[in-house]
Design a protein around this ligand. Sequence first.
Ligand SMILES: C[S@@+](CC[C@H](N)C(=O)[O-])C[C@H]1O[C@@H](n2cnc3c(N)ncnc32)[C@H](O)[C@@H]1O
Length: 202
Amino acid sequence: MHDEKNRIRQAYNNYAEQRDLAQMEPWKFKERQRFLQSILEEDLNSILELGAGTGRDSLYFQQNRFDVVCVDLSDEMVKLCMEKGLDARRMDFYQLDFEPEQFDSAYAMNSLLHVPKSDIDQVLEQIHRVLKPGGLFFFGVYGGVSSEGVWDKDPYEPQRFFSMYTDEEIVEVAKRWFEVEDFHIEPMEDGTLHFQSLLLRK
Ligand SMILES: C[S@@+](CC[C@H](N)C(=O)[O-])C[C@H]1O[C@@H](n2cnc3c(N)ncnc32)[C@H](O)[C@@H]1O
């Protein structure tokens, strides 16, 4: 495993407890609710959450009758997911250890932003492989500018690597693997970045 991944794992191990206690921003409730609505309307049953963190969103989907499997690179995050009664595996989303077409849907909230641009196709290919034909994929990241590297103002220790795309770029990346059903942005307070929300279909 390369150094950046080890740094990411260490950073999230160090901040797992703190993140578990943190409040969720109001716009995230909206995004999650919107995805739930889409998968309910299509009568889907299973979800794979990629980079599930503390398991907050996986628990929400499980409580809304979905069969959920969640994966994360961080042992501490996986532990928190398991404590919530979730089927959680420590797994790198670069190599998903699941059968082809195993899931009806996938959900990645702010986790693919840690993937270097040179690796994003590898990860999207993995997600594409484990989704059923017609399956839905929520892909949410911060962006609006084009950049990548370790964020030198990151309060986390070790500091984390982030990739960001302009709106045009992120849609182009997604289109290499999926059909884009919806793209919209959610403005952030500081005005420089925004949240990019994509609903994709295999
Ligand atoms: C910003 S957090 C988001 C967590 C959660 N989705 C949320 O919205 O709170 C990013 C998560 O992605 C996980 N992650 C980063 N790279 C990963 C990888 N290669 N494989 C699996 N998980 C990864 C991290 O460990 C971390 O828990």
